[in-house]
Design a protein around this ligand. Structure first.
Ligand SMILES: Nc1ncnc2c1ncn2[C@@H]1O[C@H](COP(=O)(O)OP(=O)(O)OP(=O)(O)O)[C@@H](O)[C@H]1O
Length: 685
C-alpha cells in the first residue's frame, strides 16, 4: 500500500468554450474561484496517468494516510452514515428526532467517497519526498470558516481574511494550509520536545498561475510568526523571523501589500527590502544593545521581510560581523517563483541568503507554477547541505523536517480557462499588422481573431524591442480616447519610480495597453487583464505558462492569449504548441481552436536540448542586439517597424535631403550678414 499516492491526477473535461466566452473577468468573479474546478465532470472521469498508479484504488489506500478533509470522528461518521440510511441507531431503539439531530451533525463530516471525490475534483496530489518518513498523516478539514478553531488562528488574521472577501480556500490553499499549519508530529508520528509548536516542514508546491499561492504561504507564515512571538515567546517583536524572496521588485511589492493587508492589527510588521536598508539585529530590536544603531535612518525593524534575492544578498554581504546577524531568528524562508530563483540567473544570490540562515528550526517552502525535476533535486540537496552545516548539537536537537511535494492540477501546464491562439504572421511587419488588428476593434478580424478587450499586456523578447514597439504604437489610440496616455512600456531599465507609476496606472485602469518584457511575466496579479499578446514567442514552455497566466486568474474566464509567430519562430514553436495542446485537452477543445492544425503540430521539428538552452538564454537570435555592435546591419534588423527596409531608406534619404537644404539655407542666411558687416554698414544717422 502506498499511502503517499494520495491522488491520481485526472483530467476533467471543461464546459464548452462557447459558454465560457460570454464570461469576461470584468463581468465579475465567480463565487468561489477554483482554477481547476469542474465538479460534475471530475466525479465522472478519471484517467490513469502511470503504470502501477491505480487511480481510485490507490486513493483508497492513500486515505489511510494523508486525509485533509476527514477528522478524528471519521469512524463515527461511517456509523452515523449507516444510521442515516437505516433511519435508526444500532438496535433500532432511537427516537426519530434524535436520529435526525445525529445525522445533521454527521452530514458535515465527509465520507470516504466524498473525500475521494473532493480530492479528485481539486486535483490534489501530495508526495512524501523523504524516503524514510513514517506515512501517518494529518486528518484535518480545511475551510477559512473553521480554520480559526482548528489551527488556533488568531481572530485578527481570520478577520482580515474575511475583510478581504476570502471565504473559501482554493485548491492550493486546501492542500498547503493543513501541511503548513499543522504540527510535524502528525507526519512524523513522533513527539519531539517541541510538540506543541507550529510544525517544521519543507514544502515544494507546484500549482497553476493565479491559483492563490500567495495566500497559501502568507497565512501560515503570519500565523507561525504570531505563534512564535505571542504563543511560545521564542521570538521578540520586530526581529526578522520570516523571509520571502521573489524575483522582481514588482512582485516583492505586491506580496508586501498582500502581507500587510493580512497582518493588519496583528502587530506583525511586514517590510519590503529597499536599496540601502539595514536590518536591526535581534539585540538592537530587543533594546539590549545600542539603540542609536536602530535609530539610524535606514535601519528598519521587521518581522517578515520581503525582498529580491539580489538586494538581500548584497545587504548581508555588507553586514560587518556575523555576531550582529540580523537573520539568526529566521525560521521561515519562502521562495516564490522558486524555479526562477534557483535558475542560474538568481541562484548565487538565493543560495547565498539561504545558507546564511542559521536557525536550526528553519522551514523552507518553494512555490511556482512550473518546477522541473532539476530544481527539485537542487532544493533537496540544498536542504541536505544546509543541515549538514549545522552544529552537531543543533542537528541532534532538531529532527530532520519532512520535505513534501504538493502538486495541484497538471504540472507545468497553462491555465485551461484561457483561450489560446497561435497566429502565423510570416514576418516582423506581419506581426505588427496582426497586433494592430487586435488593437483596433473596427478592423475586420482575420488571422489573429476577434479584437482584444483592453486592458492587455504585450510581451517582447528584449527591452529594445519593447521600447521600439511602444514608440511604434504610441499614436494608435485616438486622442479622444486618451491617446498616448493609454499605452505604456515597463522594463528593467526604467527608474523605480517610473516602474511604480506605470504599475499603479495600469492597476487603476488608466493604461490600457502595457508593453513589457518577461519582467512582468511572473507572479504579478492584475485582476482584470483580458488578454496577453506574445509579440515575441516565449523562449521556454515555462515562460509561456507564466506569461499567459497573467490573465484568467483565480478561475476567471474570458481571457485570451495570442502568440504571434513568424517564420523564424517555427523551429521553436513546438514547446509553446505542446503547452497549448495540453491546456486545450484539459479544457475539452481541439488544437484547431488555437489556430494550429494537428498536422502542423506533428510536423514541427523537435528542439534539441542545447538549442533549448540557447533559446532560453539568448532568445531568438535575430531579435537581440547583444554581441552585434560590430554589425550595424544585423543590429538594424532587430528593430520593430511596420515599414519595409526600402521605404525606411527612401524616407531617410528624403529626411537627409531636407536636412541638407535647411543647413544650406541657414549657411546662406548667415553668410551675407558676415560678409556685409563692413559693406552694408551705413553708419549711424
Ligand atoms: N481563497 C480565495 N478566494 C478568492 N480569491 C482568491 C483566493 N485566494 C487567492 N485569490 C485571488 O486569486 C488571485 C491570484 O492569486 P495569487 O496572486 O496568489 O496567485 P498565484 O498562484 O501566486 O499566481 P502566480 O503563479 O501567477 O504567481 C488574486 O487576485 C487573489 O486575490
Amino acid at each position: 500500500m502506498d499511502t503517499l499516492k494520495l491522488l491520481s491526477r485526472s483530467t476533467g473535461l471543461r464546459k464548452s468554450r462557447h459558454q465560457a466566452q460570454h464570461i469576461t473577468p470584468s463581468s465579475g468573479r465567480p463565487a468561489q474561484p477554483q482554477p481547476l474546478q469542474n465538479a460534475e465532470d471530475v466525479a465522472k472521469t478519471s484517467k490513469k496517468r502511470k503504470r502501477g498508479d491505480h487511480g481510485p484504488s490507490s486513493l483508497d489506500d492513500g486515505l489511510g494516510g494523508l486525509d485533509f478533509f476527514g477528522d478524528a470522528t471519521n469512524a463515527s461518521s461511517k456509523t452515523a452514515k449507516s444510521m442515516k440510511s437505516d433511519g435508526v441507531e444500532d438496535g433500532g431503539n432511537l427516537e426519530q428526532d434524535q436520529t435526525v439531530s445525529s445525522v445533521e451533525h454527521v452530514v458535515q463530516t465527509p465520507t470516504d467517497e466524498e473525500v475521494r471525490a473532493t480530492l479528485k475534483q481539486h486535483k490534489l496530489k501530495v508526495t512524501w519526498l523523504n524516503p524514510t518518513t513514517s506515512q501517518a498523516g494529518p486528518k484535518r478539514k480545511v475551510s477559512f470558516g473553521d480554520m480559526r478553531q482548528r489551527f488556533t488562528l488568531s481572530s485578527r488574521l481570520a478577520g482580515n481574511l474575511d475583510d478581504q472577501g476570502y471565504t473559501a480556500p482554493t485548491e492550493v490553499q486546501m492542500g498547503a494550509l493543513p501541511l503548513l499549519l499543522d504540527t510535524p508530529e502528525r507526519y512524523l508520528g513522533s513527539h519531539g520536545e517541541d510538540s506543541e509548536a507550529v510544525g517544521n516542514i519543507n514544502l515544494l508546491t507546484v500549482a497553476p498561475t493565479g491559483s492563490g499561492k500567495t495566500l497559501a504561504f502568507m497565512i501560515p507564515l503570519l500565523h507561525r510568526v504570531q505563534t512564535r512571538r505571542y504563543g511560545d515567546g521564542t521570538v521578540n517583536k520586530n526581529t526578522v523571523s520570516a523571509i520571502v524572496l521573489a524575483p522582481t521588485k514588482e512582485l516583492v511589492s505586491q506580496i508586501t501589500n498582500e502581507g500587510r493587508k493580512l497582518a493588519k492589527g496583528t502587530g506583525i510588521k511586514v517590510t519590503q527590502m529597499r536599496r540601502g536598508m539595514r536590518l536591526a539585529t535581534s539585540q538592537a530590536a530587543n533594546g539590549t544593545t545600542d539603540s542609536a544603531t536602530v535609530g539610524q535612518d535606514l535601519t528598519v525593524k521587521a518581522d517578515v521581510l520581503i525582498s529580491t534575492p539580489g538586494l538581500l544578498h548584497s545587504m548581508l554581504g555588507e553586514e560587518q560581523s556575523p555576531a550582529n546577524d540580523s537573520l539568526c531568528n529566521v525560521r521561515d524562508l519562502v521562495l516564490d517563483e522558486a524555479d526562477v530563483l534557483l535558475d542560474p540567473l538568481f541562484r548565487e544570490q538565493t543560495l547565498g541568503v539561504w545558507n546564511r540562515l542559521s536557525n536550526s528550526k528553519l522551514s523552507v517552502s518553494l512555490w511556482s507554477a512550473t518546477i522541473g525535476s532539476n530544481i527539485e533535486e537542487l532544493a533537496a540537496s540544498t536542504i541536505r547541505d544546509w543541515r549538514s552545516n549545522l552544529s552537531s548539537s543543533d542537528a541532534e536537537a532538531e529532527p530532520e523536517a519532512p520535505f513534501i511535494r504538493l502538486v495541484v492540477g497538471l504540472k507545468d501546464s497553462a491555465v485551461p480557462n484561457v483561450e489560446h491562439r497561435l497566429v502565423y504572421a510570416a514576418t516582423e511587419q506581419g506581426k505588427l499588422m496582426g497586433l494592430r488588428q487586435l488593437l483596433h476593434p473596427a478592423s475586420t478580424p482575420q488571422g489573429s481573431g476577434a479584437p482584444l478587450l483592453p486592458p492587455f499586456l504585450i510581451f517582447t523578447q528584449t527591452i529594445e524591442r519593447a521600447v521600439a514597439l511602444h514608440s511604434e504604437l504610441l499614436y494608435d489610440i485616438p486622442a479622444e480616447a486618451g491617446g498616448i496616455s493609454r499605452i505604456a512600456v515597463l522594463h528593467a531599465d526604467l527608474s523605480d519610480t517610473a516602474r511604480d507609476s506605470v504599475m499603479t496606472r495600469f492597476r487603476k485602469g488608466e493604461i490600457w495597453v502595457l508593453i513589457t518584457t518577461d519582467l512582468l511575466s511572473r507572479g504579478v496579479d492584475f485582476r482584470g487583464v483580458n488578454g496577453v499578446v506574445n509579440y515575441d514567442i516565449p523562449t521556454s514552455s515555462a515562460a509561456y505558462v507564466h506569461r499567459v497566466g497573467r490573465t484568467g486568474r483565480a478561475g476567471r474566464k474570458g481571457g485570451v492569449a495570442v502568440t504571434l509567430y513568424s517564420k523564424e519562430d517555427i523551429p521553436y514553436l513546438k514547446h509553446v504548441a505542446n503547452v497549448v495542446a495540453m491546456a486545450q485537452k484539459q479544457e475539452g477543445s481541439s488544437s484547431k481552436d488555437s489556430g494550429l492544425q494537428q498536422w502542423l503540430l506533428d510536423a514541427l521539428p523537435k528542439v534539441s536540448k542545447q538549442e533549448k538552452q540557447k533559446l532560453k538564454k539568448r532568445g531568438i537570435e535575430s531579435r537581440t542586439t547583444r554581441g552585434k555592435d560590430d554589425d550595424p546591419k544585423a543590429a538594424r534588423r532587430t528593430r520593430i517597424s511596420s515599414k519595409p527596409g526600402f521605404v525606411r531608406q527612401a524616407e531617410n534619404n528624403r529626411k537627409g535631403a531636407v536636412l541638407g537644404s535647411q543647413r544650406r539655407a541657414q549657411a546662406e542666411a548667415e553668410a551675407p550678414s558676415e560678409a556685409g558687416d563692413d559693406s552694408d554698414f551705413a553708419g549711424f544717422d
